[in-house]
Design a binder for this molecule. Sequence first.
Ligand SMILES: NC(=O)c1ccc[n+]([C@@H]2O[C@H](COP(=O)([O-])OP(=O)(O)OC[C@H]3O[C@@H](n4cnc5c(N)ncnc54)[C@H](OP(=O)(O)O)[C@@H]3O)[C@@H](O)[C@H]2O)c1
Length: 268
Amino acid sequence: MKKEKRFIGKVAWITGASSGIGEALVHEFVRRGATVIASSNDLPGLERVKAECEDKSIMVHCIPFDLSDTSGIDKIVEQQVSAHGKIDFLLNIGGISQRARIDETPLWLDRKIFEINYFGTIAITKAVLPFMIRQRSGHILATSSISGRFGFPLRSAYSASKQALHGFFETLYLENKQFNIKASVIIPGRVRTSISFHALDAEGKEHGKLDEGLAKGLSPVKAAEIIINGMIRNKREILVGRKELILLYIRRYCPWLFFRIADKIKAM
Ligand SMILES: NC(=O)c1ccc[n+]([C@@H]2O[C@H](COP(=O)([O-])OP(=O)(O)OC[C@H]3O[C@@H](n4cnc5c(N)ncnc54)[C@H](OP(=O)(O)O)[C@@H]3O)[C@@H](O)[C@H]2O)c1
């Protein structure tokens, strides 16, 4: 693919960049000509993604940090802004899922999932925002899920943490439109990644299985294309998936039918 004028000279910061959707986005931004700051908690994973990028003339900077402990995030953001002069796009992709019933999930686990999915995301967003306000431009994206639009068995804290992102990011958009800052929420249905493998069980251990449904999902490459196209079109919500997305409309316009269907869906 030819580099794209709108991305050349731009700086895109991507969390969750060591795997799945985030990894595919790194490749997509590099292909289009943007400098990438790639973050996750896994430095060797980030370095692998960087080494696999086709175009070696584009800079990929691996900046690891833990979304569940963002106490040092202001400093990391300041260093990146002084290194690159600006951040044009912040794509909050990093996150963790859950496979445990409410009655077996200890409160510390609810908090851990919120720390990663919600507080980790808003911490880096709040650290980047003042620089975007100063530069009077920027686009910040968060990653929700279709279960960020409704409850779903075995995903109580996951669903709640993703629902919280909608409130935050809609407010972010409304408050910062005046500064030419855009905000979008990505809503994936099923994308073929290792999200279910790393999902936390009731003891906080990895679920360790790939869900059947996910195997039938979109490829991460296709998901990355849809996300970038949605970003270019400045969509408030970017839907990523196939027929499972219909659940969003059923939940909204026909809630009784949603509960009937959800009751029958195999949760694992
Ligand atoms: N795949 C789907 O069907 C689907 C559906 C709905 C929503 N989503 C959302 O899409 C996003 C990307 O997920 P994915 O499907 O690409 O899954 P994935 O392949 O498991 O990728 C998750 C990414 O998040 C990072 N991450 C997890 N915990 C972290 C932590 N504590 N600190 C820093 N980074 C952390 C992981 O890096 P580490 O190696 O550092 O852990 C990894 O890079 C997530 O927010 C997920 O909730 C996915």
